[in-house]
Design a binder for this molecule. Structure first.
Ligand code: HEC
Length: 134
């Protein structure tokens, strides 16, 4: 019984510390939540700025897109979209950039966000080659 309890404790510790592994196929589905306002095509700003090659991209830097002061402040503070920052922003935009114009309540599920990141990592270079069927 005691051994069992320790085993369960260890398991839950692992679950707490290991970041969830992302699945790009599920991430493609998760991105549907962003798609209402964002396109992945290089220059296509719609309600939100294009998310083309967003990982590592400078924050609030799409020329011609009218970013909120909140996002410009975030750009001064953080510079670029690291995966960790994007993860926090997507989880709760209002906390990371108070006053942001991105009226998205947040993707709270860490697994869903990990899937989204996996898809973003994979899809950005693919879109770079501008395949006509994308
Ligand atoms: C309801 C519309 C809407 C939805 C849904 C939405 N966004 Fe946004 N997003 C925006 C707007 C508007 C901005 C510009 C924010 C600002 O200027 O404060 C933005 C900005 C961003 C930026 C900053 C881009 C840059 O150029 O620095 C990222 C990254 C982003 N969104 C990611 C996402 C992701 C990922 C999702 C899905 C999980 C998502 N957004 C869902 C409207 C939306």
């Amino acid at each position: 019984m005691k051994v069992f309890a320790i085993g369960a404790l260890l398991l839950s510790a692992v679950a707490l510390t290991a970041p969830p592994k992302g699945d790009a196929e599920r991430g493609r589905v998760a991105f549907q939540k962003c798609y209402a306002c964002h396109d992945m095509a290089p220059d296509n700003d719609v309600a939100g700025p294009s998310l083309h090659a967003i990982l590592g991209r400078p924050i609030a830097a799409r020329p011609g897109y009218d970013y909120s002061p909140a996002l410009r402040r975030l750009a001064k503070r953080e510079g670029r979209w690291s995966e960790a920052l994007l993860d926090r922003f997507v989880a709760d935009p209002e906390t990371v950039a108070p006053g942001t114009a991105m009226t998205f309540t947040g993707m709270r599920d860490p697994q869903e966000r990990a899937d989204l990141m996996a898809w973003l990592r994979q899809s950005a270079p693919r879109l770079d080659s501008t395949r006509p069927d994308e």
